[in-house]
Ligand binder design. Structure first.
Ligand code: KDG
Length: 317
């Protein structure tokens, strides 16, 4: 296989146009978000084939999601469901911080089930990418993730997992058990340092360095572990070696989506045969792009744009 295949829930996203309390918002911009489709778009922007599998409602937000995915050249294998497409509202409380409310209980995406994985698609992938959000959506989505891992492993397809802890969906103790199982099934594992501690059952933030967290996660099974540290860059443990990559400094407008863009950069470079250092430096650049624009995926770069953030020149003629 050559491309990325991912499965998860994509939601309509309403972002307040102005900074301030959402209760006073005068305008909301309608777009979409969802960790897995964000990664698929990021990969497709880099010119690597990407497929997203999921359920959408028979509603205009479902149409919007399909339309955006099509426009971004992501192959969408969608089942339409009688339940509505989920929504999330994002309040921009300050210039640099945001707050999300979900409207996703009983959504179309939460009805995802193993039968939604079409024959041969997982088996034909170059990488199968999953997140720790999907198992929190219900028993059907949890079984779907487990089945995707099982089928990928049986076919010799590398499995990538981003833990993506969402405290609105479940508590850390419940998530931790599932995160350990996901880590054990993964070849590539991405985690924030907080998520690494949840997976490892470590409470004290000072108990372990990022390199120690990455090493402990690697002991659960994955050969490539990347601890994402936001503005502090990332620490990877790949085939036994620890590698630090600095963040690319940018003015943050909307940090949501940076982790997904980072993963997209890493996986797209891996799928095109780049070495570990190049995967990590591309990831740092794609992650930085995502924070420069409101919205999760809109800012993801095309290959010729990768040097824009570091070139120092401001007018390109
Ligand atoms: O990583 C960004 C995602 O968190 C966002 O797009 C929404 O998938 C999402 C979720 O469930 O939080």
């Amino acid at each position: 296989g050559t491309g990325l295949v991912t499965v998860g829930e994509t939601l309509g996203l309403l972002v307040a146009e102005d900074v301030g309390p959402l209760s006073l918002a005068r305008g909301m911009r309608l777009s979409m978000g969802g960790a897995e489709s964000n990664v698929a778009i990021g990969v497709a922007r880099l010119g690597v084939p990407a497929t997203w599998i999921g359920r959408l409602g028979r509603d205009p937000v479902g149409d919007l999601v399909e339309r955006h995915l099509l426009a971004e050249r992501v192959r969408a294998l969608v089942r339409r469901d009688d339940a509505p497409t989920a929504l999330m509202l994002r309040e921009r409380r300050t210039g640099g911080s945001s707050h999300v409310s979900y409207y996703r209980h009983g959504s179309a995406g939460s009805h995802l089930c193993p039968e939604d994985l079409p024959e041969g698609v997982i088996e034909g992938a170059g990488v199968v990418h999953l997140t720790g959000i999907t198992p929190a959506l219900g028993p059907g989505p949890a079984a779907t993730v487990r089945e995707a891992v099982r089928r990928a492993r049986a076919a010799g397809v590398p499995v990538s997992v981003d833990l993506n802890f969402r405290s609105r969906l479940w508590d850390a103790a419940t998530a931790g058990v599932v995160f350990r199982e996901l880590a054990a099934g993964a070849d590539m594992l991405f985690a924030g340092d907080d998520e690494a501690r949840i997976a490892l059952g470590v409470d004290d933030p000072d108990a372990a360095t990022p390199a120690e967290l990455a090493t402990a996660l690697a002991e659960l099974g994955p050969s490539e572990v990347v601890v994402k540290r936001g503005r502090h860059g990332a620490t990877a443990r790949i085939e036994g070696a620890v590698i630090d990559v600095p963040a690319v400094p940018v003015t943050a407008v909307d940090a949501v989506g940076a982790g997904d863009a980072f993963v997209a950069g890493y996986l797209a470079s891996r799928l095109t045969g780049r070495d570990v250092h190049e995967r990590l430096s591309t990831a740092a650049v794609t992650g930085a792009f995502a924070v420069t624009v409101p919205g999760d995926w809109e800012a993801c770069p095309r290959p010729h744009e990768l040097t824009l953030l570091t070139s120092g020149e401001t007018v390109h003629r």
